[in-house]
Ligand binder design. Structure first.
Ligand code: ADP
Ligand code: MG
Ligand code: MG
Length: 210
């Protein structure tokens, strides 16, 4: 599938389905080092996103339109840390996707903008046990794949693979940002929920492209 507005809609629906499927798992991860609401927060948000997509009078024409709808909906329905973080990520990504069909460089630009939004908003760096630990290797892998001439779908697969690995890499880390940081050393030994949801969302992007 070419990475057009239809792909963006398919990605969004697949992300919503993945969040619904893994809702309990995300809740359990967040129960271990947070307040146990990450799965519910995201599920509420993506359910609202799908409702708004279903209510559109006509199919969106641009990727950016879809990403903007996701951004504004997540910002107004998710709350907590993840709402504004994902909201800003999607909003920034929406702004750099003016083309009707994304090529590999366009995919890289989308992912870079999303990460930039998360960092601007949350001020976390790599190694602080947040979603940044999934997004950063995802962007790096996307850049490497695109530079090697990979097709857009393969760039997304590389990003999703790296995000999953990045999420696993958070297990031994001590959290220094977000709610998990209140636990200090006791946050080690658990996977960060936001990095887990990041991996789900990026896997959905890759799945929708193939
Ligand atoms: P809350 O912690 O407010 O209950 P959620 O449970 O929905 O919000 O989201 C928690 C996730 O948000 C964490 O697992 C982490 O990945 C991410 N997060 C928290 N603070 C930051 C931050 N400053 N920068 C990046 N990500 C963060
Ligand atoms: Mg929480
Ligand atoms: Mg909360």
């Amino acid at each position: 599938m070419s990475l057009d507005a239809q792909w963006a809609v398919a990605w969004t629906r697949a992300a919503a389905a993945a969040v619904a499927e893994h809702r309990a798992e995300l809740v359990e991860l967040d129960r271990q080092i947070g307040d146990g609401d990450h799965g519910e927060n995201l599920h509420r948000g993506f359910t609202a996103v799908v409702q708004r997509l279903d209510a559109l009078p006509e199919a969106p024409a641009q990727v950016g339109e879809v990403l903007k709808l996701v951004a504004t909906t997540l910002m107004s329905t998710v709350g907590g840390a993840a709402g504004p973080l994902y909201g800003t990520a999607y909003l920034r990504a929406a702004k750099v996707t003016a083309a009707e069909v994304l090529d590999s460089a366009g995919v890289v630009a989308l992912l870079e903008a999303a990460l930039e939004g998360i960092v601007v908003r949350g001020k976390a760096g790599v190694g602080e046990k947040t979603m940044v630990d999934a997004w950063t290797p995802a962007v790096e892998a996307a850049v490497t794949a695109a530079d090697a001439g990979a097709e857009p779908a393969a760039v997304l697969r590389a990003a999703a693979d790296a995000a999953e690995e990045g999420a696993r890499s958070t297990i031994p880390l001590v959290a220094t940002k977000g709610r998990a940081s209140y636990l200090g050393e006791r946050s080690a030994g658990h996977l960060d929920p936001g990095s887990a949801s990041t991996a789900l969302i990026l896997r959905a992007a890759a799945g929708a492209a193939s």
